[in-house]
Write a protein that binds this ligand. Structure first.
Ligand code: ZN
Length: 72
């Protein structure tokens, strides 16, 4: 079964220091699981377990969207 490519999907990661949301694409986080906060500049590692769950959710919604476009 072909999997959907969600590399371009942006996720939001909350900064552990100031709580601001930093956005990064799934592809970028796969390459380097570190987020630079745009608000305070804090650099923090991504919680890979939570990230994995977000990727799964993004894949599920991408599949659902694709079915919607194709299907009757
Ligand atoms: Zn911050």
């Amino acid at each position: 079964m072909a999997s959907v490519d969600v590399g371009e999907v942006e996720l939001e990661f909350a900064c552990p220091r100031c709580g601001a949301g930093a956005r990064a694409t799934i592809e970028a986080v796969r390459m380097l699981p570190v987020i630079d906060c745009p608000a305070c500049g804090e650099r923090s590692g991504v919680d890979l377990e939570a990230f994995s769950a977000q990727v799964t959710a993004a894949e599920a919604s991408a599949k659902a969207a694709r079915r919607k476009r194709k299907g009757p």
